[in-house]
Design a protein around this ligand. Structure first.
Ligand code: 4AD
Length: 477
């Protein structure tokens, strides 16, 4: 068998003569045992070399990181720890690896160190497991929507609108920053820019997705989004991937049902398809917990936590109910929160979200009907004229993982909301057109893909679940 993946090889139920595999050396012990990994799964295959049959100069080239082509027989292993091993008959060094220089040694490295070596960190078991899970979850996203009648829309990456109205956009321009053309008011003349107007990288594909929902019915986008917020936290990236379904004729309750069913499907998918990687990451967390004081240890193992989310209803509470719980809770009364909850309308900070999810309800929580003032202009105003049909989903250990809403489909109210926050409806004429021509209630949400992967892998820093993280002051690789 030629060029067989190590994953397929280890799934074999019988011995095989003469197989050829490629991979990178994880370890080389006693001048005899090579653990070879090709990235196809968490498992390496043990390759046994009889050093008497090989030139010493070749064996000297085998270090952690060396790439090899190995041919040999797959036989039942003599040792414990693996069912099969390969007795090597032919060995070709494809690429040498200087053991002095290679940053990835067969020992524990800190995540900070591995971030500085992001181009090589997937040579470790932890990062290869995370990135296989990431790939699997992407596939599951498309699978879910495809089998539920949704169409995939590629919304633009360069845009002239600020979907969230938060002004956190990266400018896209070809103007010379040193001497941009100026208009008669001495302001930069963007009519001379590449697109003839100010443009930036998108913060969300939602507005364009809405146009497609209002013709194709059920759609979703799944792409990179960019936010120039200066939040150097373990949950924020400047470039992250978002999944945004948008559905015509659906109300807020339908939106919450869709989000809950979607999240459960994704998590079930990896339990069914990626259990080895999950078990590896679970063990990593168990080992890490042993070094922590009892009160900081995880209450549930990774797989139990995932199963808990799959098997339990999410708690649904209105903002007003959540506000009352927070106002009257111990940490608020004892002034333990950094931001005290006093007046209705206050935005919820991550300390409040974590209290609700981890201490009060102890399960995923959906908060809906938020004060209009703290939410984006496109959300549908409730009859109380104070709250909007928004919903956020909060997950244990992560905080907000989903943000969504029923959209304002009434033209007059939408125009007023836009004017109130300083968005000129004329700049978004195509968006308001949807409300003129066959308007209908519709809803959607955005799932932060990396936040989902954090939950699924138990990683505590968002920089460790995306191949090459972009954060303030950091765009290496
Ligand atoms: O709540 P957000 O800002 O919602 C929107 O962008 C809507 N347009 C979505 C929609 O209704 N179609 O963002 C949605 C999710 C958040 O809940 C969070 O999981 C993630 O995107 N997110 C981030 N993830 C990583 N880094 C950041 N800087 C993020 N900002 C938001």
């Amino acid at each position: 068998m030629k060029n067989c993946s190590i994953k397929d090889l280890l799934l074999s139920t019988k011995t095989i003569s003469k197989v050829t595999i490629n991979g990178w050396v994880r370890t080389f012990r006693a001048n005899r045992f090579i653990a070879l990994n090709d990235g196809s799964s968490i498992s390496s295959v043990q390759c046994v070399v009889d050093f008497e049959n090989f030139d010493e100069s070749i064996l000297k080239k085998i270090n952690t990181g060396t790439s090899l082509e190995i041919t040999g027989d797959l036989v039942e292993s003599q040792g414990s720890g693996q069912k099969f091993e390969i007795i090597v008959s032919n060995l070709k060094v494809l690429g040498e690896c200087d053991s002095e220089e290679f940053p990835i040694q067969p020992k524990k490295h800190s995540f900070e160190f591995l971030r500085e070596n992001a181009h090589l960190r997937t040579r470790t078991n932890t990062f290869s497991a995370i990135m296989r899970l990431r790939s699997s979850l992407s596939f599951a996203v498309h699978n879910y929507f495809n089998s539920n009648g949704f169409y995939y829309v590629h919304t633009p990456i360069i845009t002239s609108s600020d979907a969230e109205g938060a002004g956190e956009q990266f400018r896209v321009t070809t103007l010379d920053p040193k001497s941009p053309p100026l208009n008669e008011n001495s302001e930069v003349d963007f009519t001379k820019d590449f697109f003839g107007k100010e443009t930036s990288l998108t913060v969300s594909g939602q507005l364009e997705a809405e146009t497609y929902a209002m013709s194709l019915g059920k759609v979703y986008t799944f792409g990179p989004t960019f936010r120039a917020e200066n939040s150097n936290t373990s949950r924020h990236l400047s470039e992250f991937w978002m999944i945004e379904p948008e559905v015509a004729f659906m109300d807020l309750n339908g939106n919450m049902d869709l989000a809950e069913s979607f999240l459960k499907y994704l998590l079930k998918y990896i339990i069914q398809n990626n259990i080895e990687d999950l078990q590896f990451l679970e063990q990593r967390l168990i080992n890490e917990d042993k070094t922590k004081p009892q009160n900081l240890r995880n209450e549930m193992t990774l797989i139990d936590k995932i199963n808990f989310v799959i098997n339990n209803d999410f708690m649904r509470v209105s903002y007003t109910e959540a506000f009352e719980i927070l106002k009257n809770c111990k940490p608020n009364k004892k002034k333990k929160f950094k931001y005290l909850i006093e007046n209705w309308g206050a935005d919820l900070q991550s300390e409040h979200e974590r209290y609700l999810v981890e201490k009060h309800f102890k399960c995923p929580v959906i908060i809906y009907d938020y004060p209009a003032k703290i939410k984006a202009f496109y959300m549908k105003l409730n009859e109380d004229n104070k709250t909007v049909k928004a919903m956020d989903i909060l997950f244990p250990g992560i905080g907000e993982i989903v943000g969504g809403s029923q959209r304002e489909e009434r033209l007059d109210i939408l125009n007023k909301k836009m004017n109130d926050i300083g968005v000129n409806p004329e700049d978004l004429w195509w968006y308001t057109d949807l409300r003129k021509f066959g308007t209908a209630q519709h809803s959607g949400f955005g799932l932060g893909f990396e936040r989902l992967i954090m939950f699924a892998t138990g990683m505590s820093n968002i920089r460790d679940v995306i191949p090459f993280p972009r954060t303030p002051q950091n765009a290496e690789f």
